[in-house]
Ligand binder design. Sequence first.
Ligand code: C5P
Length: 217
Amino acid sequence: MSLKTKLLIALDGPAASGKGTLARKLAEHYNLALLDTGKLYRAVGWNVLKAGGDPENEDDAVAATKKIPTTDLSNPELKSESMGAAASKVAAIPAVRQLLADFQRHFANNPPADKNGAILDGRDIGTVICPDAPIKIFITADVETRAKRRFLEEFGNTGSEEEYRTILEELKARDTRDVNRATSPLKKADDAHLIDTTNSDIEAVFEAAITYVSSKE
Ligand code: C5P
């Protein structure tokens, strides 16, 4: 990597694909500023629900998006699958996406001086937010594998079969909404490198990603 050129990595993929963990590892390895863009949509969903609104209502969602600068993005409540569902509802509203796009692009193009660049993870980073990113990765896994990961994260070893089934159905519903929405659907960019994590642990996925990044140097 040329020292003069800042690195920009666009990382996309469905829920519970291992995207967040890979993004954190790449950010640490290459000293990159990291933006988990899913958190922005989760925070919008959270703001809507807190105000007693409907995540599918445009006025409610736009008002909630305007509160983002003062919303605590580290709130642990944002992590739940129910907040993922609210996020995917507000994320289907074009006005919400537009309001969040400038913030994401500014983050991508203006990493702090002490960083070597930026990495953004989400659904439309390689296709819409940073279509010119020199490095694009699309990470995925089959839905049962992703549901098992999310189930273990939420319930550890104490969850029931019924709770697993609920998470599986929620993930399927979220995939359907994210893939089929009219604006910025979840989609692999043509020039993104595909990593399927169904049968790989995070270390193997990380190795595959850095091998790909090295090939682009
Ligand atoms: O990645 P995460 O699971 O936190 O994302 C929550 C939801 O936010 C996704 O299901 C998706 O609907 C939405 N999202 C999006 N575009 C992004 C990031 C997330 O539409 N760039």
